[in-house]
Design a protein around this ligand. Structure first.
Ligand SMILES: [Zn+2]
Ligand SMILES: [Zn+2]
Length: 276
């Protein structure tokens, strides 16, 4: 059986992870038969103005020391699962100095780089889409991810490239390679050439108000064509019931695209595990 690692999980240390905990999620991972999981709590330094009803969700940077101490405690408690120390760093142009600083001052197993906020809005609140057609909205998100991740360089996994499709209202609810070949080529080539992983985020492929985005296999086929081999699976869980969700399904999906491994990271080193 393929050993599976869930490389994207939130714990009680994330502003929106109050239903999760390192311990309960690690127990869920053990019960699901996962080989390991990484806690990637949120670190966003700039947050655009929120709608009033969302103000209680205003993100913050998590307490890295406390999170890592809790992971050390749970590692001893549940030795049958490998538990990794991660961060989901929110890429955002005006936060660049703070991003460099927090990554330089702390040690992680895995750095997951994601875009949550752009154009002074958050796709999650909906404001981002106003005045944009689907192609502009998705393309601009991909371009922002490319611009900020290549600026950063110091990361392991490019997070949820299709986050922007989750909360959109357009009938076009999936992001396909054929619609954005140039920017996908730039992203995938950069990841392939620098030994970084592309994330399959299984939280994207579920129902959002009657729309269910799908993963375009052509994106994975192109990644492989460009020499990419590191694919990271992540549930983006915010509570224990979702830990490891659909990982076996997407492990099989990547195998069907010709990949022979999944990726995870320990002390910032890429580890490839065969998919069988
Ligand atoms: Zn995220
Ligand atoms: Zn996340």
């Amino acid at each position: 059986m393929t050993k599976l690692y869930d490389n994207h999980n939130h714990s009680q240390f994330s502003f929106d992870g109050k239903k999760a905990s390192v311990e309960t999620s690690a127990r869920a991972a053990a019960a699901a038969g996962l080989a390991g999981l990484c806690f990637t709590d949120h670190c966003d330094f700039y947050v655009p103005p929120m709608k009033a009803e969302h103000e209680h969700l205003v993100p913050e940077q998590f307490d890295i020391r406390a999170q890592q101490a809790e992971i050390d405690r749970v590692r001893n408690l549940i030795p049958e699962v490998e538990i990794f120390k991660g961060i989901e760093i929110g890429l955002e142009e005006r936060s660049r100095d703070s991003i460099r600083k927090v990554l330089a001052e702390n040690e992680f197993d895995e750095i997951l780089a994601s875009v949550h906020y752009l154009d002074d809005t958050d796709p999650f609140w909906g404001g981002y889409y106003q005045g944009k057609d689907w192609k502009t909205a998705y393309g601009h998100y991909l371009e922002t991810l490319y611009k900020e991740m290549t600026w950063l360089g110091d990361f392991d996994i490019a997070g949820h490239f299709d986050y922007v499709a989750r909360y959109a209202g357009y009938p076009e609810c999936s992001i396909f390679y054929k619609d954005f070949p140039d920017i996908f080529d730039s992203i995938l080539k950069y990841l392939a050439e620098n030994g970084k992983a592309l994330e399959i985020n299984t939280k994207t492929y579920q129902d959002y108000n009657g729309r269910t985005p799908v993963l375009d296999r052509n994106i994975l086929l192109r990644f492989r064509e460009l020499g990419g081999e590191a694919i990271s699976l992540g549930s983006d869980s915010h509570y224990p019931e979702r830990v490891g969700e659909n990982l076996p399904l997407y492990a099989e999906f990547i195998r069907s695209c010709g990949f022979r491994h999944t990726a995870h990271f320990s002390r910032r080193k890429l580890i490839l595990t065969p998919v069988i």
